[in-house]
Design a protein around this ligand. Structure first.
Ligand SMILES: [Zn+2]
Length: 151
């Protein structure tokens, strides 16, 4: 097997694995609410997205252990690529929120993975070993001298 093909095959599997991990996190975030809240900021996974909130002014001065939350939610998937802005809440005078829908990391790994699967399936030209691509012109043994594949 050529070195380049070997690299394609390795990256193909790495990207496929990463894509599946991203898909699992995305699916989990679409059906759950998981988050941790500190007095000045919070992160959470919900509605199929990653959320980071920065509270500009904390009205309640309570400090203490972070407030972990985890619960099942009905399926909800955020599609909008980026939302960013200052929002007004009951508890806070305005906070900065950054959302990243989790289809983005999924697409960023799954699309190149699909490409590599296609690339890896591409056949070698006629007259070459279909396994390793070795040029078999003039070969009469019926076996590839490079990898031993039957012709
Ligand atoms: Zn071969």
């Amino acid at each position: 097997m050529s070195r380049r093909r070997c690299n394609v095959r390795a990256s193909k599997w790495v990207l496929t694995g990463l894509g599946l991990v991203c898909l699992a996190i995305w699916a989990y975030a679409a059906t759950h609410w998981v988050g941790v809240r500190y007095p000045g900021w919070s992160i959470k996974f919900s509605t199929g997205a990653f959320h980071f909130n920065l509270y500009r002014r904390v009205l309640s001065k309570s400090s203490g252990p972070p407030n972990w939350s985890h619960q099942r939610m009905p399926l909800q998937i955020e599609i909008m690529p980026w939302t960013y802005g200052v929002f007004w809440g009951q508890q806070y005078r305005g906070y900065v929120a950054v959302h990243m829908p989790l289809w983005i990391p999924f697409a960023a790994t799954a699309l190149p993975a699909c490409l590599l699967w296609r690339l890896d399936r591409r056949r070698y030209p006629k007259g070459h070993c279909r396994k390793c691509g070795y040029n078999l012109t003039g070969n009469v043994s019926g076996r590839c001298p490079e990898c031993g594949e039957a012709i």
